[in-house]
Design a protein. Structure first.
Length: 456
């Protein structure tokens, strides 16, 4: 609903403000008083083409503003939300300034917008009814929304539109999966081959480092054996002067001398502890020495295993120690691809459910439209007689769309038709009604639907 309109420096108008109340507001006056200028100003505010010729002589610019209550206009509120132009008080304020030497500027709720945005939101706020004006009524979507509002099925049609969108998205997803079937099968076969190859190799995360270390030991087995044997001899086996024998003799000597100097007892004990630790070290060295036997067969096996791991790492472009992770990733990808068949089945079932739900809602919508179409036609025809079109007959036709097709707003197209005289055939408004007749039909529709139509 329009709340107010202000016009400044427009042709002969210096400054005027019109405040509107709920219901019908009538502006009256003598010819030339400026009634039509108010309507002209509104069309310019709503995005019509204009020029600097409309600026009042002596003024720098023309400014037109209007405020609308959009609390009961969900289409306008949705548009404002999409454009991030909402206000806190459910009001939509439009403003346009026309200049002499530069392009005009448009504003919605105080924020600058292109002029086409004024035109877009204006179509949701105002319908100009005049013999020579463009009528929203001639638009197919407006005829449908008018009938749906009269039938009180707007929410059902919105749900049907949401389901239609889901049907479209699900259908696209199914088509995409089906198109990838050939590629999926080829990829699945290749993955199975790679997984089989790596599973046969059976890599272990810690294997590479242990094998590399063992290969180094086997390659230097003789050097390790000779060095360990010599060290062991020096520690324990040399009867003339092994390290253990020398420590034992030093310990015994200090224990003897401690009788004369107690401080030496501590040192003797430390020597005893050194003997114990050195004995343990010698035992560990003997154990290592037992493993330093050159085994050509083991060496060949370790070399072959390292070569296999290195070749696989090069092939799969990872480090040898990461082969286990590579195998797990391939297994996960195979599981995902193998599950795509299940995904397709789930999507197909979902599509079937969506189609069934759409068909149920579409049937309800069609039934409600059929009832409302008859009621709306009779009500508008009655008002046309009051407006002087005594022979006119207004009808709402429901033209079926493809029975198998599912459209966003249902299975039928709404068409307003009229016969202005008994001799004429019924036809669409744009082909049958003259300008004056179209204005009266629009006014009659406005009266009948005033309780449900958000556009004043």
């Amino acid at each position: 609903m329009i709340n107010w309109l202000t016009v400044r420096n427009f042709i002969i108008v210096r400054d005027v403000e019109v405040v509107f109340s709920p219901g019908m507001t009538v502006l009256t006056g003598e010819t030339g008083a400026g009634k039509s200028l108010i309507v002209d100003a509104m069309t310019i505010l709503l995005g019509d083409r204009t020029s600097a010729d409309i600026i009042r002589p002596g003024a720098d610019s023309t400014e037109i503003q209007a405020g609308f209550d959009v609390s009961a206009n969900p289409q306008a509120m949705e548009w404002l939300a999409e454009q991030a132009l909402t206000s806190d008080d459910d009001e939509c304020i439009l403003r346009r300034i026309v200049f002499h030497d530069k392009a005009s500027r448009g504003f919605v709720n105080g924020r600058p917008v292109p002029i086409q945005s004024l035109r877009a939101v204006g179509d949701l706020l105002v319908d100009i009814h005049g013999q020579n004006e463009h009528h929203l009524l001639l638009k197919r979507d407006v005829q449908r929304t008018t009938l749906d509002a009269f039938a009180h099925i707007q929410s059902t049609v919105t749900k049907m539109g949401d389901i239609h969108r889901n049907i479209s998205e699900t259908t696209q997803a199914i088509d995409a999966l089906r198109q990838l079937t050939g590629e999926r099968e080829a990829r699945e076969s290749f993955l199975r081959y790679q997984i089989s190859e790596l599973e046969a190799l059976n890599p272990n995360a810690d294997e590479w480092h242990s094998l590399d270390q063992r290969q180094t030991q086997l390659a230097h087995a003789r050097e390790l054996a000779e060095g360990a044997w010599t060290s062991l001899q020096q520690l324990t086996e040399d009867e003339s002067g092994s390290a253990l024998l020398t420590l034992n003799q030093a310990s015994a000597r200090l224990h003897h001398l401690a009788r004369y100097d107690p401080r030496l007892e501590t040192m003797a004990t430390e020597f005893d502890e050194l003997q114990v630790r050195l004995t343990e070290t010698a035992n560990d060295l003997r154990h290592c020495l037992e493993g330093y036997e050159l085994d050509p067969e083991e060496y060949a096996q370790v070399q072959a295993r390292l070569g296999a791991l290195h070749e696989a790492a090069r092939k799969y472009q990872v480090q040898p120690e990461a082969l286990k992770d590579a195998l797990e990733k391939l297994q996960q990808e195979l599981a995902t691809i193998s599950d795509s068949g299940h995904q397709l089945a789930v999507l197909e079932q979902s599509l079937s459910d969506l189609n069934q739900r759409y068909d149920e809602l579409a049937a309800d919508v069609s039934k409600a439209r059929q009832v409302a179409a008859k009621q709306l036609g009779k009500a508008v025809t009655a008002h046309l007689a009051e407006f002087g079109l005594t022979d006119a007959d207004f009808r709402v036709n429901l033209l079926p769309i493809d029975e198998q097709g599912r459209q966003r707003h249902g299975r039928e197209r709404v068409q307003f038709t009229v016969r202005t005289t008994h001799e004429m055939a019924y036809g669409p408004l744009e082909r049958v009604a003259s300008g004056g007749e179209l204005s009266r039909i629009s006014l009659a529709l406005q009266v009948v639907t005033s309780a449900v139509d958000p556009v004043p």
